[in-house]
Design a protein around this ligand. Structure first.
Ligand SMILES: [Zn+2]
Length: 100
């Protein structure tokens, strides 16, 4: 008894942690929106199969998955993602096979 459902807003005191989590969440949101286009070739829509493919290899600074994992700033991911197209893993592999 006496437990409140509403808690006072937290986060302001733990600024650094809060900011970090928010940045990651924003990157996730960005990637989610990106994946909503589906695969460029076969229209696969399942988010688990979709990845960001750099249209031009030479423009690639880092992989998006890596950036997300390492917590790169949103702006950097955004800039990198602008060079990418959305591909499912199958089409992605086929494309890289052609590149070889
Ligand atoms: Zn595909």
């Amino acid at each position: 008894m006496g437990r409140r459902t509403r808690r006072p807003t937290r986060g302001r005191t733990q600024n650094t942690t809060h900011v970090k989590l928010t940045a990651r969440a924003e990157v996730d949101l960005l990637l989610m929106t990106f994946r909503q286009q589906g695969c460029y070739f076969c229209r696969e829509m399942h988010h688990a199969c979709l990845s960001a493919h750099h249209r031009r290899k030479e423009e690639k600074r880092f992989t998006i998955a890596d950036a997300r994992q390492k917590g790169y700033p949103l702006e950097d991911v955004k800039r990198e993602l602008a060079k990418c197209m959305c591909l499912c893993l199958n089409c992605h592999s086929k494309l890289h096979e052609l590149e070889r």
